[in-house]
Design a protein around this ligand. Sequence first.
Ligand SMILES: [Zn+2]
Ligand SMILES: [Zn+2]
Length: 335
Amino acid sequence: MLVGAHVSTAGGLRTALGRGASLGADVVQIFTQSPRAWRSPAHGEEELAAYRLEQARSDRVRATFCHATYLINLASSDEELLGRSRACLADNLAVATAIGASGLILHVGSHRGAGLATVCGQVADELLRALDTAARDVRVAGAAEAAGGDGPTCPLLLENAAGAGGTVGRTFEELSAIVERAGDDPRLGLCLDTQHLFASGVDYSSIEAADEVVRSIERTVGLGRLGCIHLNDSKVPLGANRDRHENLGEGEIGVEALACLLGHPALREVPAVLEVPGDGNGPRAADVAAARKVVALGLELRSAAAPSALAGPDRASRRGGGEELRRRGGRGAPT
Ligand SMILES: [Zn+2]
Ligand SMILES: [Zn+2]
């Protein structure tokens, strides 16, 4: 599993790659503009091209994810706010595409109590509009080759929400409804945040519970769309509906539950990015090392669990393991 961290771009976008390397990260995540301001700085063509070049040359950092501006709200009923959100998302996606990012991670926004059904069509339209605009601009700039092999634009990864207020995306069903409404566009994906998941009330403190999380992604958005994991512990308890990240092992989720989830075979090819506070300035090398330990523990827990499931139907059924055996036989098949 590729493990990485959100890093600063102070001094220019490219500096993120060096910072990532110094943390021992395989992947980095960056903001391409201030996450709490609408204004997009002018990134020169040369700067963007230099990022791609440096990324290609880096023997440490293999991929970059971008995180979109927090102010964007595609579910807003306020025309002015929606217009600003549209322009801002376009800016974010243009830069993410130009640097060859593997995904632009987006908080969809909040319907402020209106309900998902009211805003689902609007959100889907805005996502498609953003992707189509970015695709057109890339063609205009003649930089299609810059976007990597997957297509002309950087994929948009919708992040599951902690569930405060009317946030859209508090369940995989909600995100799935949006993707479906957008015609199952292949450029739309999922970013799974472990803290948001826990805060939204989903427990995954056992292998069985973690398996159920993965099954629920499979049933809804689809595992093929899972492009990134945000690996964070939580400052707030299960179901608190607040977006508050903590360093791994220092929060309410704990290392073992995170390991139960990360060790799932279906998640092992998905890059995991830390967004933890560190000692106040974001993820440190020690946090990346801690993340690698969680991944290793996940593999250990899974391999320790496997023999018991193979011990025969008697033992398996005593543990309610009929389900587990069916799953082992049918891994990869839709349920
Ligand atoms: Zn996140
Ligand atoms: Zn968060």
